[in-house]
Design a protein around this ligand. Structure first.
Ligand code: GDP
Length: 384
């Protein structure tokens, strides 16, 4: 006979083992069927229509109704503040970017050494100041460093800025106006530099200031130029004159000036053609435009040469050719926003003695601003 105690122990062991096996089977079954506990995802169409279909619960229980949402006006959000106008500094970020690394490296040294001068030279050359002018500027600066015992890089950069501002300083940068008659402003320059756009922007500005403007499409070789100018004139509420396509630009400009004077306009702004494929023809044509405009009533008080800043030293060459042909009274430097070559301003004023009067910083009407040397130099050479 087996010992009853042994029998009890064996039975308890069997019972325990059975419980363990049962528990294990139950838990694996739960796990394998766990996904079925989640409701299946609703088809896409049902999800999309969820907001418009009646919920199932409501269909089955008509006594349950969705409470009416009161028809209230959504809160009216305040008008957003107009974004602040980008500054000259923002607009010439690209030009500044080409020099700021060199200027930063100047500032990173504890004193002024040969590498400092190399950095300054590189910065000015990259800004398209031109090799001769750069050498001239640095010679002057070396003299100043000696005379004023400058030893700190930050003071040296301040002296450079002061020097450039002085170089750009001219007595009169204003747009000249005739007294007692209509002023005539001619816009010259090669194709694509931004003449038509400049006439449009400046015309819009003059109109906004309360002066009456006549815009004349003197670029009769490019139908698109006339259409472009007409759009500007319409937007600015200015009077617009154009000739037949291919007409003599001088006669169109003459007619435009006559019309302006007859209307008692304050300013007649004449766009001109800028084809460059035959330079001597273009220059002859411009001389003729000038002669004819002088014969017309009114008074030519500005001949503005429009130069594209992105063309760099090439723009300087254009300026030389134009100033030989017509008496240029001022420069409009366009596309300074897209240029890495802001230093061209120094080259133009320094070499030709013609003041840069306006700069173009973009394509819209507000993007033509009066040129301020100090603001420009500080924006170009900013290191912060
Ligand atoms: P035109 O042939 O000299 O009359 O040149 P347009 O006035 O037709 O201008 C040529 C292009 O330059 C156009 O796409 C203008 O919108 C653009 N443009 C003119 N001025 C500026 C400027 O200051 N900044 C930029 N970014 N584009 C300009």
């Amino acid at each position: 006979m087996p010992d009853p105690i042994v029998v009890i122990v064996v039975l308890v062991a069997i019972a325990l083992l059975g419980a363990i096996i049962f528990g294990f089977i139950a838990s694996t079954r739960n796990r394998s069927t766990g996904v079925d506990l989640e409701p299946p995802p609703r088809p896409r169409a049902e999800r999309a229509g969820a907001a418009t279909t009646t919920p199932t619960l409501e269909r089955e229980r008509p006594d349950l109704v969705t409470p009416e949402v009161p028809d209230v006006e959504p809160d009216v959000l305040p008008e957003p503040e107009p974004a602040p106008k980008p500054t000259l500094r923002d607009r010439i970020a690209r030009a500044r970017g080409t020099v700021s690394g060199y200027l930063g490296s100047v500032l990173s040294r504890s004193g002024i050494d040969a590498a400092t001068w190399d950095d300054l030279e590189e910065a000015l050359i990259r800004a398209d100041v031109g090799a001769t002018r750069t050498a001239d500027i640095l010679d002057g600066l070396r003299g100043r460093v000696k005379a004023e015992s400058i030893t700190e890089p930050a003071v040296l950069l301040e002296a450079l800025q002061t020097d450039l501002i002085e170089r750009l300083d001219v007595e009169d940068r204003s747009l000249h106006r005739a007294e007692g008659t209509t002023s005539v402003w001619l816009f010259v320059g090669v194709n694509g530099v931004g003449k038509t756009t400049t006439v449009g922007k400046l015309g819009a500005h003059e109109q906004a200031e309360g002066r009456s403007v006549v815009m004349v499409a003197g670029d009769t070789f490019r139908a698109a130029a006339a259409e472009q100018l007409q759009t500007w004139a319409e937007r600015a509420d200015a009077h617009f004159v154009r000739g037949a396509e291919g007409a003599d630009p001088s006669s169109v400009i003459f007619d435009g000036i006559e019309a302006g004077v007859a209307r008692g306009a304050d300013v007649v702004m004449a766009d001109t053609a800028g084809r460059l494929h035959n330079k001597s023809n273009l220059m002859d044509e411009l001389r003729k435009v000038r002669r004819v405009a002088d014969k017309a009533p009114g008074e030519v008080t500005e001949v503005l040469l429009v130069i594209d800043a992105t063309t760099g030293q090439n723009g300087l060459e254009q300026a030389r050719v134009f100033t030989e042909a017509v008496e240029v009274t001022g420069v409009v430097l366009t596309k300074l926003d897209g240029s890495a070559k802001g230093g061209i301003v120094l080259a133009i004023q320094g070499e030709l003695g013609i003041p840069v009067k306006l700069v173009g910083l973009g394509e819209s009407a507000d993007d033509l601003v009066v040129f301020h040397p100090e603001e420009f130099v500080r924006a170009l050479l900013a290191t912060d």
